[in-house]
Design a protein around this ligand. Structure first.
Ligand SMILES: CC(C)(COP(=O)(O)OP(=O)(O)OC[C@H]1O[C@@H](n2cnc3c(N)ncnc32)[C@H](O)[C@@H]1OP(=O)(O)O)[C@@H](O)C(=O)NCCC(=O)NCCS
Length: 166
């Protein structure tokens, strides 16, 4: 599997929305997210809103391709005068557990380092694929944060941080 990031254009987001809203895969290991329960049109609307919000506030957003097929979305919020970033990623259920999320995050770290970002944060549920990816990429656990989940409740998340080499 070869992962690649492309700018989150409307056409790329439309392909990602189709993948993210595809029927669930019956596997106990599959990680879930509110965005993975929407019809394609609603998934596209949420992706566009997220992308527009990111870009309007100086961040970056990409669609993740696996072997040239759109399977996910990854974004970086940039703050502290461009020195710090926080990433968020989601991969379609059918494509999880194959290394796409890890490779997408690695590619984003390269892009952020090239853009002058010095440290990166990722918030993850304990024992999640996202936390595992952070540890694999050398992030260190730096604390915990409570955030509002899109469905209304609050979630306890671990905060992982990585210092990037210039
Ligand atoms: C987080 C996410 C993007 C990871 O994508 P992915 O393509 O499935 O991840 P990978 O296949 O690259 O997995 C990387 C590592 O995570 C771990 N992992 C994978 N699936 C896991 C699971 N279900 N539970 C715990 N760890 C898991 C493994 O250690 C894996 O490495 P391995 O190859 O040695 O087994 C995906 O799980 C997802 O979309 N989750 C829902 C959205 C979300 O919660 N995003 C996180 C907020 S940033």
């Amino acid at each position: 599997m070869t992962a690649r990031l492309v700018p989150a254009s409307d056409a790329a987001l439309e392909a990602a929305a189709q993948a993210l809203s595809a029927a669930p895969v019956d596997s106990p290991g599959i990680r879930d997210h509110a965005w993975l329960h929407a019809e394609p049109a609603e998934a596209l609307r949420r992706l566009q809103l997220a992308r527009d919000h990111r870009i309007e506030h100086g961040g970056l957003a990409w669609v993740v391709l696996a072997d040239e097929v759109a399977v996910g979305y990854i974004s970086a919020r940039i703050y502290d005068d461009g020195h710090r970033a926080e990433t968020f990623s989601v991969v379609a259920r059918a494509n999880q557990g194959l290394g796409v999320g890890l490779e997408a995050r690695r590619l984003v770290l390269e892009a952020l380092a090239a853009a002058g970002v010095r440290s990166v944060v990722s918030l993850a549920r304990p024992d999640s694929a996202s936390a595992a990816i952070s540890r694999k990429l050398g992030y260190e656990l730096s604390g915990a944060e409570t955030r509002a989940h899109p469905e209304g409740f609050r979630v306890e998340l671990e905060r992982y941080e990585l210092q990037l080499k210039a």
